[in-house]
Design a protein around this ligand. Structure first.
Ligand code: HEM
Ligand code: HEM
Length: 210
């Protein structure tokens, strides 16, 4: 049995940070800690932007071109999975790849709509003052709707991961330590580069938003 590293440290750290931050963003908005909502938004936004860039310039296993496959591949993956013949690969499987992209897209929409959102009292995104109040209100409503869609997709995401676990495939362990057994080694880029890029982008967004 050969252990192969498939997820670099940026992919792993950014995933688990995103999970914590989405919960924190919900909590800060619900409880009215809007200063913290706007501070943490810079960090979450930076992670999402960097992860999207990483999908073009990062490790092979993280590249959209490596894991996004057509509908035939998705159907055949689901069929193999149900029949128990599924062979693990060195990146996302054909269905999980689309889930990853959808989750990132929703996070990007959430971030962008937040920039125009306002609580109509003290706190607004940095672009809210540049648009009409009608537009800003619509963006705020969109911000709430996208969050609900995001939560629904996260539920599907977690249920799917539990189903893989039931079939004996532990996706969570690989997302924690980075290793999977008996797959071809992907070309990895040092995750430190992604972490530094995310920190620089977070600092810039922080200065702009706050
Ligand atoms: C990127 C991830 C983000 C998440 C997950 C998130 C999540 C949320 C949630 C759950 C709410 C409460 C919506 C409701 O009332 O039901 C909210 C409200 C709000 N968010 Fe965000 N947000 C994000 C980014 C941002 C950003 C980047 C900004 C601005 C820079 C922002 C500004 C606001 C404002 C001003 C409100 C208050 C709207 C109101 O009072 O109705 N958010 N956000
Ligand atoms: C707010 C909640 C969550 C969001 C926004 C989210 C988002 C994502 C994204 C964007 C990816 C793709 C990772 C990449 O390619 O960089 C991913 C993968 C993954 N997530 Fe989540 N996730 C969430 C919650 C969770 C939870 C609670 C778990 C644990 C049960 C989990 C386990 C995983 C695993 C194991 C993968 C890798 C799947 C594979 O091997 O193809 N996620 N998630």
């Amino acid at each position: 049995m050969q252990r192969v590293k498939i997820w670099d440290s940026f992919v792993r750290i950014s995933h688990w940070l995103m999970v914590l931050l989405v919960v924190a963003m919900w909590f800060t908005a619900e409880e009215g800690y809007m200063e913290w909502h706007l501070r943490l938004a810079a960090v979450l936004g930076a992670l999402v932007i960097t992860r999207i860039l990483w999908g073009f310039f990062g490790s092979d296993s993280a590249r959209f071109s490596k894991f996004l496959k057509g509908p035939a591949a998705v159907v055949s993956h689901v069929r193999e999975f149900r029949q128990g013949h599924y062979q693990p690969s060195n990146t996302h499987n054909a269905a999980g790849g689309w889930a990853a992209v959808l989750l990132l897209l929703l996070l990007a929409l959430q971030f962008t709509s937040g920039l125009f959102a306002t609580d109509e009292i003290f706190h607004s995104g940095p672009l809210a003052s540049l648009v009409s109040s009608g537009f800003s209100e619509a963006a705020t409503e969109f911000h709430e709707t996208v969050f609900n869609v995001l939560v629904a997709l996260v539920v599907v995401h977690v249920v799917a991961i539990i189903l893989y676990r039931i079939k004996g495939i532990n996706l969570i362990a690989a997302m924690l330590h980075g290793y999977r057994e008996n797959v071809a080694a992907p070309r990895l880029v040092s995750g430190i580069i992604g972490i530094i890029a995310a920190a620089v982008i977070a600092a810039a967004l922080f200065a702009w938003i706050n």
